[in-house]
Design a protein around this ligand. Structure first.
Ligand SMILES: *[C@@H]1O[C@H](CO)[C@@H](O)[C@H](O)[C@H]1NC(C)=O
Ligand SMILES: *[C@@H]1O[C@H](CO)[C@@H](O)[C@H](O)[C@H]1NC(C)=O
Ligand SMILES: *[C@@H]1O[C@H](CO)[C@@H](O)[C@H](O)[C@H]1NC(C)=O
Ligand SMILES: *[C@@H]1O[C@H](CO)[C@@H](O)[C@H](O)[C@H]1NC(C)=O
Ligand SMILES: *[C@@H]1O[C@H](CO)[C@@H](O)[C@H](O)[C@H]1NC(C)=O
Ligand SMILES: *[C@@H]1O[C@H](CO)[C@@H](O)[C@H](O)[C@H]1NC(C)=O
Ligand SMILES: *[C@@H]1O[C@H](CO)[C@@H](O)[C@H](O)[C@H]1NC(C)=O
Ligand SMILES: *[C@@H]1O[C@H](CO)[C@@H](O)[C@H](O)[C@H]1NC(C)=O
Ligand SMILES: CC(=O)N[C@H]1CO[C@H](CO)[C@@H](O)[C@@H]1O
Ligand SMILES: [Zn+2]
Ligand SMILES: [Zn+2]
Length: 585
């Protein structure tokens, strides 16, 4: 195996959830790796200049070709592991433990997926890098869902009436519980995740991990418990809880099935104890499986790779919340639907089936686990019965990390069922933001909005938060739309100096002075922010929850954030955002 292959492998992993950008500043001595990382940084894609994009692309294709070669030749796994490990040691940028871990956790999955993959290297790089790599339009990954032969009902613009009863819904996003968190350990170590006993070793403890958390770390158990008890006290009227995934810490290089299940079990047990009578609707995050992001297609029966170990456990753990009629889809792909009120159903989808670092998608990405087909059935049935549907998931459908074809199909579904889908709730980015959907026949008509809830974890750089939605309640004219939302946070520095206080940071309607939370109002806000920098400053303060450690934005970052808000469909920024700023493309 060539050195470049290994770099490619690390580049791939690093470009996703592995390191935050700042972490790589430590590796100043290794400029080759830095370059690779910056070239493969998906967050930059669509913004950086064309020369740079072409470089990333050809670099990626070279690497993908080599990796495919290795996988197809059936290079013995043990030998592949030893080679990668040796090179990893020699590079001296990861600790020995991290090298061993990365190899053990990732190599078997990536090689197996690439071995059965039918994709070419350019298709692989299109998956990885999106619109900056040439779109080869292969029949292998171009697919379209089919809709029942029923005419789409005419969309009526109905806004929730003021003063009607509402129901209160809590969203807990990206908890990332770290059972190894130790107060006083090093909060600024060279590993991707700090605040652990072994984070101390070679470095001075200049930034000790606080009692309740640290901006470069995941969340100690006591902070989650403190938050849940505070919610139970301050919001005893919560009707149900959306648990939108990523319950497990970011220690992806040492993740095991056992450790992952332990994190899931602890959080579920805490929820059952603190909210014994409240319905919880879970959905799966990329960090809730091993290796991170890997959800195998149902036809993969090899127990070393299949995801059934996770689904079987969750099917049992979710028993008190989700009726057993949903067993079959949970066991097939970790998704289900559940009627929460008369006329209101929640569909929980597993968006890891569009996540670009789910290596199994390189083997099969055509509507994995028939999930979108199922979603259309649920929506059609709801339309027939005059019910409304809320969709919950983890990776936002318009995120750059969500594969283009899946995302386009999802967008078509939202377009077709725009009158039935009255709420969408995702997380994963850790930021407080949203994505707008537009009419596929008229890009100036906003049809829908997906909320992206702020994370509980401060990793990396935010204040811990949770989200409250007020949904149009039980009455004759209910729309089942979101009437308003609130974001509650804890100031981490203040908590560590004194004691944790959870308080309301803002409430959407009042903060942005909007008459309703309809997609058109949010769309207007985007264009208002383009012109009004003070309004954007307010949004940016909420985006990072008034974090003291996040740097101020520059014009490019501002446009990127605003473009994200317009992107209900992934990897189409050139079309979606052409009117925001011309000179950045
Ligand atoms: C584009 O990127 C290339 C390679 O990084 C760089 O040499 C060039 O100056 C950049 N061009 C612009 C207009 O930024
Ligand atoms: C799917 O639909 C798109 C347009 O909506 C079309 O361009 C493409 O050819 C279709 N693909 C297949 C495999 O039918
Ligand atoms: C769809 O339904 C309409 C009316 O119900 C019917 O005329 C038409 O033939 C159907 N099309 C297909 C492809 O089944
Ligand atoms: C599963 O993994 C174990 C341990 O790595 C190995 O011994 C076994 O052969 C693997 N099973 C299959 C079907 O590949
Ligand atoms: C669903 O799964 C649970 C937990 O494994 C089991 O107790 C129950 O009998 C199953 N129900 C059906 C209908 O399969
Ligand atoms: C597109 O939508 C906008 C906003 O709703 C509307 O003003 C316009 O008339 C629509 N255009 C067409 C061609 O339907
Ligand atoms: C429902 O709304 C319609 C029209 O907006 C109104 O005429 C009717 O009185 C409302 N019904 C109730 C029960 O509020
Ligand atoms: C809020 O919006 C309304 C209507 O758009 C406007 O009349 C009012 O001046 C705004 N208030 C503030 C404080 O911006
Ligand atoms: C009303 C209308 O023009 N609908 C079209 C919108 O676009 C889809 C394809 O994306 C067509 O199938 C519809 O007929
Ligand atoms: Zn997360
Ligand atoms: Zn995530």
């Amino acid at each position: 195996m060539k050195f470049e292959t290994i770099l490619f492998l690390f580049g791939l992993i690093a470009s996703g959830d592995f390191f935050s950008k700042d972490e790589w500043k430590h590796f100043e001595s290794n400029t080759a790796l830095q370059q690779i990382y910056s070239m493969l940084d998906l967050r930059q894609m669509g913004q950086t200049n064309l020369t740079q994009n072409k470089m990333s692309c050809s670099f990626c294709e070279t690497g993908a070709n080599m990796l495919l070669g290795v996988a197809k030749k059936g290079y013995p796994l043990q030998l592949a592991k030893i080679t990668v490990t040796t090179i990893c040691y020699n590079m001296r940028i990861f600790t020995k433990e991290m090298c061993d871990g990365i190899v053990e956790v990732y190599v078997p999955t990536i090689l197996t997926a690439f071995k059965i993959s039918k994709l070419t290297s350019s298709a692989i790089c299109n998956f990885l890098l999106g619109e900056s790599c040439p779109d080869v339009h292969s029949f292998l990954y171009d697919w379209n869902v089919t809709f029942p032969n029923v005419t789409k009902p005419i969309a009526v613009k109905n806004i929730p009436q003021d003063g009607r009863p509402t129901i209160k819904v809590l969203q807990l996003a990206d908890l990332h519980l770290d059972l190894k968190y130790v107060e006083g350990s090093n909060g600024n170590c060279y590993d991707p995740l700090c605040c652990r006993p072994f984070s101390n070793s070679a470095y001075l403890v200049l930034f000790p991990a606080g009692r309740w958390g640290h901006y470069k770390c995941d969340v100690p158990q006591k902070t989650i418990e403190n938050m849940l008890r505070s919610i139970a006290k301050q919001h005893s009227d919560v009707e149900y809880i959306i648990l939108s995934g990523d319950l497990v810490d970011h220690e992806v290089w040492a993740q095991t099935r056992h450790g992952t299940l332990k994190n899931l079990e602890i959080i579920i047990a805490m929820l059952k104890e603190i909210f014994p009578n409240t319905l919880v609707l879970p959905t799966l995050g990329n960090h809730d499986t091993v290796p991170c992001g890997s959800y195998a297609p149902p036809w993969l029966s090899d127990p070393n790779h299949s995801s059934i170990w996770l689904y079987e456990k969750l099917n049992v753990l979710w028993q008190n919340w989700i009726p057993s009629t949903e067993n079959s889809t949970i066991l097939r792909g970790g998704y289900y639907s559940h009627q929460v009120r008369p006329g209101l159903r929640v569909a929980s989808i597993n968006t890891n089936f569009c996540y670009y670092l789910n290596w199994w998608l390189y083997a099969d990405s055509t509507d994995p686990a028939d999930q979108l087909k199922w979603l259309i059935q649920v929506l059609q049935e709801a339309e027939d019965n005059d019910e409304k549907v809320h969709i919950i998931g983890h990776v936002p459908p318009g995120d750059n990390g969500c594969l283009e074809t899946w995302s386009r199909n999802y967008y078509e579904i939202v377009n077709r069922y725009e009158s039935t889908i009255t709420g969408q709730f995702f997380s994963h980015t850790h930021s407080d933001e949203f994505e707008i959907f537009y009419d596929v026949n008229n890009s100036s008509r906003p049809t829908n909005i997906a909320y992206i809830g702020p994370s509980v974890t401060p990793w990396s750089g935010e204040n811990p938060a949770y989200r409250i939605y007020y949904i149009d309640g039980d009455h004759a004219n209910t729309t089942r739309k979101v009437v308003d939302h609130e974001t509650w946070i804890m100031d981490l520095d203040e908590a560590n100096n004194d004691s944790p206080q959870w308080f309301r940071l803002y409430s959407a309607k009042r903060a942005y002075n909007i008459s309703s939370l309809g997609p058109s109002e949010w769309n207007k806000l985007i264009y208002a922010m383009v012109k009004d920098d003070r309004l954007f400053q307010l949004f940016y303060m909420h985006y990072h929850r008034d974090s003291p450690v996040i740097p101020k934005y520059n014009p490019e970052k501002k446009i990127r954030i605003l473009c994200d808000l317009k992107s209900g469909r992934s990897r189409d920024r050139v079309n979606t955002c052409s009117d925001l700023s011309i000179d950045l493309y």
